[in-house]
Ligand binder design. Structure first.
Ligand code: FRU
Length: 516
């Protein structure tokens, strides 16, 4: 019984633990390898984090290479070595980073190439705006802005990066239709404002008399750097166009609205969409291998509206962030409360289990002790019987010196009682009253005396004697179990079997088959 209960408690504890872990989703780690660390990347990372709110089972690991090929290669290799489930990568340059991306892909990790290209087909999905088309549209705009005639200085992006190559190509191609628009120089930048400033400053120093009508920076930061150099040189003639069109304080939309830039181009960051694509891939849902993101020009005509809308969106994003933080704090509190409740409940269950086991142990021990006592008393010779324990027994000794005498009295009494019981074992009608009258005692007197001498009641003694005789008959005769049962005063063989099992822990049949 005790063992069964113990196993039941173990099972309950196991089920309890399982309910805690069964509804756990698969956990994914996504590595994000950014080539740079600037406001465009910051915005994208923030969107990735925001997208992460909807995917609790996803962990994002960010790495930013600060425009260094070497660092990005190391970072990709180390992300892969740390065991990411998917890689999102914006490669610094096409050729340099491709081998590291190939290695990641070959190791079995899905790879999303984002916004900048590699020169390999080893990727799972690619997502970007059309940089060639953006170059073309910017060329169209500039040609029209200059009324088909003017001198343009181009500040290119990092040489080996795909947006720089494609934006330049688009720009160059479209300007072929506008012979009046001359690109007087294409300076090699690297997407940063400082380099934009440095190269333009140098160029200005080398070409102090060359007039420039418009500077096309391949991103807004390059255009701003170039503008700084022109203004420092006291030249306020050129207009400035860039690409990125970010919202926010230093973003292209405000710069166009404030006439710092003449035009920009929204180069979408779409971090939340990249994350959704990643999760779709990881969870085996259908996805598009190539996704083209939409982009749009920012000019004086739409900058004000765009500014209002993006500011509104940013405010709502902040609200969402705050809401998320509040929900997180609330969930944490709830988790702590739940853990406390479960701990208290677990403690309570454990306490109950310990108490039940202790009770069963005590019960088992006292029953065993009594059974052993009755059994051994039955085996004892009359002279060896103990002195009566209870003062309530008739003929109880009145002083310690009388104990030897009372021991003798007890032994005589018990020998007589044993004889009476054994003589009438077969009698299923035998009652305690019958035994008492044979002993010339009242029922109560008999009970007290027997209890005092043996610690057990006359009924228990009778039952033990019957079973003991039954055991002997099973061992020494060919009587059937039913016949044995009747012979030792049981009226139902089934009840005999039950009592036998309780007394000896085995079935009567086991005595015969030698199973005991
Ligand atoms: C951000 C950035 C953008 C540019 C893009 C080109 O890191 O430099 O300013 O448009 O990358 O990949």
């Amino acid at each position: 019984m005790g063992r069964k209960l113990f196993f039941f408690i173990l099972l309950a504890a196991w089920m309890w633990m399982c309910t805690g872990c069964s509804n756990k989703e698969k956990h994914y780690v996504i590595g994000v390898s950014q080539c740079s660390d600037d406001i465009w990347r910051e915005k994208q990372n923030a969107e990735l984090r925001m997208g992460n709110y909807f995917h609790n089972n996803v962990e994002l690991r960010f790495a930013a290479a600060d425009d260094s090929d070497k660092r990005q290669i190391e970072q990709i290799d180390s992300l892969v070595a740390c065991g990411i489930d998917l890689l999102i990568v914006a490669p610094n340059q096409v050729a340099t980073i491709s081998p590291a991306i190939d290695r990641a892909y070959d190791s079995g990790i899905p790879v999303i190439v984002f916004e900048r290209k590699t020169n390999s087909r080893k990727y799972t999905a690619f997502m970007s705006a059309d940089n060639y088309a953006m170059g073309r549209q910017m060329g169209e705009y500039i040609a029209k802005r200059l009324n088909g005639s003017g001198r343009v200085l181009e500040v290119a992006g990092l040489k080996g990066s795909s947006p720089a190559i494609e934006r330049h190509k688009g720009f160059e191609d479209v300007l072929k239709q506008y012979p009046g628009v001359t690109v007087i120089a294409t300076l090699q930048g690297d997407w940063t404002e400082d380099t934009g400033y440095d190269i333009v400053k140098k160029w200005k120093e080398e070409n102090p008399d060359v007039t420039v009508d418009l500077v096309f920076g391949m991103n807004d930061r390059s255009a701003i750097g170039a503008r700084r150099a022109f203004l420092e040189a006291g030249d306020s003639r050129p207009l400035y166009c860039g690409i990125d069109g970010l919202p926010g304080e230093n973003g292209g939309i405000r710069l166009v609205n404030d006439s710092v830039l003449d035009a920009s181009f929204i180069y979408p960051t779409n971090g939340d969409l990249v994350l959704q694509l990643a999760v779709d891939i990881l969870e085996g849902r259908p996805y598009k291998k190539e996704t083209l993101m939409t982009s749009a020009m920012v000019t004086h005509d739409n900058a004000r509206v765009l500014l209002m809308q993006t500011e509104e969106t940013m405010r709502q994003e902040e609200n969402l962030d705050r809401l998320h933080e509040m929900a997180n704090a609330y969930l944490k509190k709830l988790d702590t409360q739940r853990a406390l409740t479960w701990t208290a409940f677990g403690g309570f269950v454990l306490l109950i289990a310990v108490m039940v086991l202790f009770y069963l142990y005590k019960l088992g021990k006292s029953t065993l002790r009594r059974e052993r006592m009755v059994n051994s008393l039955w085996e004892l010779k009359s002279e060896e019987l103990p002195a009566p324990e209870s003062a309530g027994a008739d003929n109880a000794p009145t002083s310690e010196s009388a104990s030897g005498q009372s021991g003798a009295v007890s032994s005589v009494f018990f020998t007589r009682f044993k004889d009476v019981v054994e003589a009438r074992l077969e009698d299923s009608e035998l009652s305690v009253e019958d035994l008492a009258s044979e002993m010339n005692l009242s029922r109560v007197q008999l009970y007290r005396k027997v209890k005092a001498v043996t610690g057990a009641s006359p009924v228990e003694i009778l039952r033990t004697a019957r079973l003991k005789r039954g055991y002997q008959l099973l061992l020494t005769t060919d009587l059937s179990i039913s016949e044995v049962a009747y012979k030792v005063g049981f009226t139902a063989p089934g009840y005999f079997t039950k009592c036998f099992k309780e007394e000896y822990g085995i079935l009567p049949g086991d005595v015969r088959t030698g199973n005991c």
